[in-house]
Design a protein around this ligand. Sequence first.
Ligand SMILES: C[S@@+](CC[C@H](N)C(=O)[O-])C[C@H]1O[C@@H](n2cnc3c(N)ncnc32)[C@H](O)[C@@H]1O
Length: 239
Amino acid sequence: MLPDVSQKKHYVREKFSRVTRRYDLVNTLGSLGLDHFWRWRTVRELKRYPGPILDLCAGTLTLTQEIVRQRPRMVMALDLTYEMLSFGAHRLKRHPACPFIFCIQGDAERLPFRDASFYAATVAFGIRNLAHLEEGLREVWRVLKPGGKFVILEFSRPRNPLFAPVYRVYLSKFMPFLGGKLTGDREAYEYLARSIAAFLPPQGVERLLKATGFEGVYSFPLTLGVVTVYAAFKPRRAR
Ligand SMILES: C[S@@+](CC[C@H](N)C(=O)[O-])C[C@H]1O[C@@H](n2cnc3c(N)ncnc32)[C@H](O)[C@@H]1O
């Protein structure tokens, strides 16, 4: 079962604060290192955009770090879970990317920024966790400058008839086993599998982006559709 919408924020924060220390390790082991490629490919979509860039649901700042690595520029990293952000900030304390990164604990559904503040915004593995996705998308639209780009990386469900059943077992059995062993919270990784199974298909995400007012929406799958990258633009004529 997935948490009720009214409980979701609390549930998600509680889960992420428990798995923080081993979160990156489980990601990298569970994806056989592919998570680095997925983030690299996502950030490449933002290469020509200067700072400030907004990284939503930034967690332990792995995507944030990649944004600065590909092109040094100011990045505002926002997350609901204090433990995730502070773990990431501590990890990067002496890193050359550190001076470019500003962390803020906050809610992606009620962003503490003025309209038209950012040239681009991005979110990796975060939109699936929002309690009210439409509100999150509306907020991104609001804080982007006209012509600004929004890029999303999110899990999707592979459709290849040979690979899909194998992946389903991997996600629902192996990931809870691995995550449970490494973090002590098996349920957090059962939630991962359930939330991926319940999430919108790529056409549904694209439809929501368009309904929010984004234009030029496109998406492409990576690794047989294990993840999908989405991109969309705030129209230049928008305010
Ligand atoms: C799966 S992690 C992704 C972290 C990071 N982006 C990455 O690539 O590894 C999802 C993050 O979303 C955050 N989150 C969930 N709901 C949120 C919300 N409403 N506002 C801001 N962050 C949220 C969680 O705290 C968690 O750190």
